[in-house]
Ligand binder design. Structure first.
Ligand code: SAH
Length: 260
């Protein structure tokens, strides 16, 4: 296999407790690309051990996909939060990332990734191109980079787009494409997508997302139902049309239009 320049698989991964050691049997894409940063952050955290505990809890909570557990065990979540919050980085909680936004809970990230891998198109040769709406701090994009061939991720707030770029730089993930723009419009240039995942919830699925989804592709997004309750929604694009499933209640920041 030909390696691309800057591929994280080239990075040294042994001998440093802050680097991500595999905590479950490696699988597929996650095996090829350990998402460890190029330089230690110096937080004095034995992050691989706390991440392993987080992964055990995710498995106990019902996450069964080996590639998802592997990816969650590999990505150093503490590098995506403010230094004051580092000791909470592996708790199952959302945390502030600035500008009124939050990094999603690990259990929610894992759940949504597992749902994406359930897409019809992912059953034959893995997940292809994925579009993420709401880059935030870039954490979920890093997880997705281990599960999909290409990740296009859109953020509408310039400050967070820049922050995600800074956060992701040391990971050198050649398959993550950070885009600044209004995710309500999707990103037509990368379409069609094997999967679309939204990290912010509106009260309707923008038409552009359905248009940009490949046949066999799957969209996973929080959506407010008529009563106002936000629920996790899965839409599969089949050769016969769109099939929608409403899953459990969730709590995401609002999907907003325009850029700022
Ligand atoms: N996946 C992120 C979660 C960030 S929270 C992470 O791992 O950190 C959701 C993000 O969606 C916020 O940063 C918010 O600014 C962004 N967002 C909301 N509406 C958006 C839109 N229309 N287009 C792009 N991003 C949007």
């Amino acid at each position: 296999m030909q390696r691309r320049p800057g591929f994280p698989a080239k990075l040294p991964v042994s001998g440093n407790a802050a680097m991500g050691k595999p905590v479950v049997p490696p699988a597929s894409a996650a095996q090829r690309k350990p998402a460890v940063a190029a330089a230690p952050a110096g937080v004095g955290l034995d992050s691989s051990a706390v991440r392993a505990r987080m992964v055990q809890k995710l498995a106990a909570g019902g996450i069964t996909s080996a590639p998802v557990l592997q990816a969650m065990g590999a990505v150093e979540r503490h590098r995506f939060v403010d230094s004051a919050l580092v000791n909470q980085a592996y708790e199952d909680t959302s945390l502030p990332i600035g500008l009124g936004q939050t990094i999603s809970k690990p259990s929610v990230v894992a759940r949504m990734c597992e749902l994406l891998l359930g897409a019809e198109s992912a059953r034959h040769g893995g997940l292809g191109r994925v579009l993420e709406i709401g880059t935030g701090c870039g954490y979920q994009a890093a997880v997705l980079s281990l599960l999909a061939r290409e990740v296009y991720t859109l953020e509408r707030l310039r400050g967070l787009h820049d922050k995600a770029r800074d956060n992701l730089r040391p990971f050198r993930l050649a398959n993550v494409h950070l885009l600044f723009g209004d995710g309500m419009l999707g990103y037509a240039k990368g379409a069609p997508y094997a999967a679309i995942i939204a990290a912010a919830g509106g009260d309707a699925v923008p038409l552009a997302w359905c248009d940009q989804l490949a046949v066999g592709g799957r969209l996973v997004a929080p959506m407010a139902l008529s009563g106002g309750q936000q629920m996790l929604l899965v839409i599969d694009k089949t050769p016969h049309g769109l099939k929608q499933n409403v899953l459990e209640p969730v709590h995401f920041v609002p999907l907003k239009s325009g850029i700022a």
